[in-house]
Design a protein around this ligand. Sequence first.
Ligand code: ATP
Ligand code: RIB
Length: 311
Amino acid sequence: MQYKILTVSSANMDLNMRVKDAPVKGQTVFGRDYCYVPGGKGANSAVAVAKLGGSSYFCASLGNDSNGKALLNFYKSLSVRTDYISFSSDRPTGLATVTVEDDGANRITVFSGANLSLSPVIAADAFGKACPDAVLCHFEIPFETVTHLSRLCYEAGVPMFIDAGPADKNINLRALSPVCVFSPNETETEIFTGISPDTEKNCVAAVNKLKSMVAAKYYVIKLGKRGAAVSDGTSLELFPAYCVPVKDTTAAGDSFTAALTLEYVRSGSIEKACRFGNAVAAVTVSRTGAGESVPTDAELNKFLTERNIKF
Ligand code: ATP
Ligand code: RIB
């Protein structure tokens, strides 16, 4: 059975530039090479769901411009369902500058543009028509759209997965209805809770703080090369990352959360979903680019077979 995942989220064109070391404040450095690639946290996740064999419905807002047209064609080429993509009449397609250092670490600045036009009404319409098995959101669209969807999902009994990036301490997480999974990365965890999840003890403390802000069945903290920590609010388990040569970590979190969502809906096991997320994200970080770096089902199976990984 092909499960239907509705991603209601952002779409950007990424200007990806490789540098030895990213500039510090006031400094100018030379980039080595650059390219424009499809990005945006939501789009990267929607592409991941499609590549991994899910039925991927993407609700996003693009600008009426050449970047918008190029992104739409890219999604269609990967069988992402684009029925719920709308075009803003007054805002350009979102743009991100992604500076990638030699060790694969990135620094990202986003110009939201048309992503700000993704209103609660547009999202509710997509939700009503798509009848999804799960909904996936990030915080790159208006927060009221995410809170509205959380209420619709809660009332309809549809599991909602929130990838909590980018974080802003002014976001009122308490406005969210209970969700299935709430998943920040390390910096997002620190921004929301004031606690850096650098040790297992601090992960537990951060989850306890998150619990007081947003009700979730599971809290999944993405820990970069350390993997991910999963808690049901009472106990916490660490799932180590797979060791790979790292080229570019862009979209690591987006592909992780998309894979976790798909696998959780398929198997009902958060542990299996987390291992699957780690494997998908490991392949993603070993390649350059954003959505394009996410593996297909076949590429992932090759990675798992070569390493004799079983879930
Ligand atoms: P991004 O914003 O770049 O998309 P993120 O900061 O949201 O990513 P991370 O915590 O950096 O998310 O990474 C998400 C997942 O990617 C991790 O939980 C892990 O599974 C995988 N990952 C990240 N870095 C590495 C690495 N160096 N080696 C192997 N896996 C990694
Ligand atoms: O998570 C990576 C993504 O963040 C990039 O593709 C960029 O567009 C920003 O949304």
